[in-house]
Design a protein around this ligand. Sequence first.
Ligand code: GLN
Ligand code: ZN
Length: 758
Amino acid sequence: MQTSIIGYPRIGQNRELKFWTEDYFNGKITQDELLDNAKTLRLRQLKKQHDSGITYIPSGDFSFYDHILDMSVLLGIVPKRYRDLSLNPLDTYFAMAKGYQGVAGDVKALTLRKWFNTNYHYIVPEIEDDTAIAVSDHKIFDELAHAKAHHLPTKPVITGAFTLLKLARFPGAKKARGFVDACVAAYVELLARLERLGAEWIQIDEPYLVTDLSSDDIRLFHQIYGALLKHKGTTKILLQTYFGDVRDVYQEMIALPFDGIGLDFIEGRQTLLLIERYGFPKDKTLFAGIVNGKNIWRNDYEKSLQLLRTLKHSVDDVVVSTSCSLLHVPYTVNAEPLLDETLKKRFSFAEEKLEELHTLGFLADEKDHHLHPLYRNNVALMRQIQHNVDEEVRLRVNNLKEADYIRLPDRLTRAPLQKERLNLPLLPTTTIGSFPQTKEVRQNRAAYKKGDISREQYQEKLDHFIADCVRFQETLSLDVLVHGEFERNDMVEYFGEHLSGFLFTKAAWVQSYGTRCVKPPIIFKDVRRQAPMTVDVSRYAQSLTDKPMKGMLTGPITILNWSFPREDISPEAMATQIALAIRDEVLDLERAGIKIIQIDEAALREKLPLRQSDWRQDYLGWAIPAFRLTASGVKPETQIHTHMCYSEFNDIIEDIDAMDADVISFEASRSSLSILNAIRQSGFETEVGPGVYDIHSPRVPSVDEMVTAIRAILKVIAKDKVWINPDCGLKTRGNEETALSLKNMIAATMRVRQTLED
Ligand code: GLN
Ligand code: ZN
């Protein structure tokens, strides 16, 4: 059986591309050096794929920043303000990606947006009224030709016109429909040129097809491909989808003259059902995405081969493929010398997935595959999963009752008890938790981690940072203080390191956007708290002040969403285990005298399913209860806060209120105030702290500016429900600007308070 991959990571095993690109930005290497280095990297990766026996190797999936930006540039979708800089093509490209400030002008970057349900971010194409869509770049052709010159036949990968138009912004009067003809003409030209260069197959990615489609969307899809496929030459066209199933357009898709159709069997819950119900045309090839492109676990061969056998009933020609691009997994398990050998065997990163595909393709053709050692080893490996179980944790989860998720008394009853105990002024002021992570703060942690300083030395310094931070907040007259989070490198990593069941890698980087990469922890067995994680720092910080000290925790959904999850138990089960661990910490903090506890859910929205119809059943239905479980055990007078890094929760506002926190803070300074109206209209009970200034910029907001922001909030929300805070943690900011900004924030609050009191 033949094999295919949809795309490959491009940052390099040691993040080479990131460092070269940054060197280029800093003028340390020339453009030619950057281009040459990238070329070598590409060739090495293509060879790797070829040597692994993959039949359909992608080209053009490489990118210096983002593949959607590449596609925009390929089609000449470059807004005028970037063209006007008159930079060379690569610098124009980078200007669109990250903005430009220099002799040629001053422009901001294009918008960055989350790529479907992944942690990757793409650059939003911006199509202006006078944008002339036409083939305008040669990268895709060069990469195909370069591979070919090394005797590596590849299938060029492009993003389809439907997805591109759906993801684009149209700042002018013309919308997607106005660009369909030009788009089709450009794609016709593009396909013809790829054909002339000898491409046997072309992969057209249309991930947007897995979302909820309207009848207008389906018409647009038809309009594009009806026209485009009329000009089809001899090169075969693969319509590739991923991140879900295509239930809204399956029948339309298979009726069009594509040569291959790529479907996702991992996230596409209805994929098999669609094939069984509507059949699959005899003249087409099915690229079956059965190796998970998003997660890092070994494929279960027994399951996959069973699926391939089932498919044989309906499909004549099957190619084994990944479920999505391998962009979303790290390079190789071999870069992890510290990982336990038996554990290592259970992981499969990009390189290992190449082997898996090849093996699956081979075993699928074997008559007695179950006798083959590759198969038997895999079956044995899958059995090891039983070691993941922690009986005590399981028992605790099983014994949970409805009542464990309900905090009593209800929010409106406990609010006055908390007000009385905390005795805070109107518009209480606070921060989101972290204070600037200065060089000294980071050095202290690094030195301790490396073993250069003792636990005592580390602790002594840490106590100093905390004491300074508390004193500083007191001089500012903030009402609710924090300890500053100086012991944390990252809000998920810190907890992952203190809980059992998490594993940390040395080099398992995944691209988040441009040159930014993340290294998510891996959840590999049942999670439990081994010992209190934050109680000492919170208790110490509280001992330094009479003002309330906020305990600071990361919530279960954020911890889960920013990790590689297990595949042997459900996300719900993982979330519940983590929630129980956090719950224990909450109760310990309460016992230690902490009166306010904040449980951050920065990433709650991130894994919201792509289809709205799945939101409640597949996600919110267990995610919100997991949060409730963390907090439901506290006394009525203990106040629970939560924080979210965005304000676009209009559409899930009732679910947010149902978290049953007493106070929620969120980012509102950069976005419109529409969320405030939604809060009022929905009868939202939770008190709110809509961030009054943007911490993502070093700019110091003026007192007047923040007075205006606070007044705007008070126009919509009752004054006894409003908190005043920045819109996120301050850890990326410097000390000086933080001091000035907070001082202004307090001054603005005082000024508004005066007008409220009389
Ligand atoms: N408490 C965290 C901090 O202040 C919250 C960070 C976040 O929301 N991303 O850093
Ligand atoms: Zn935040």
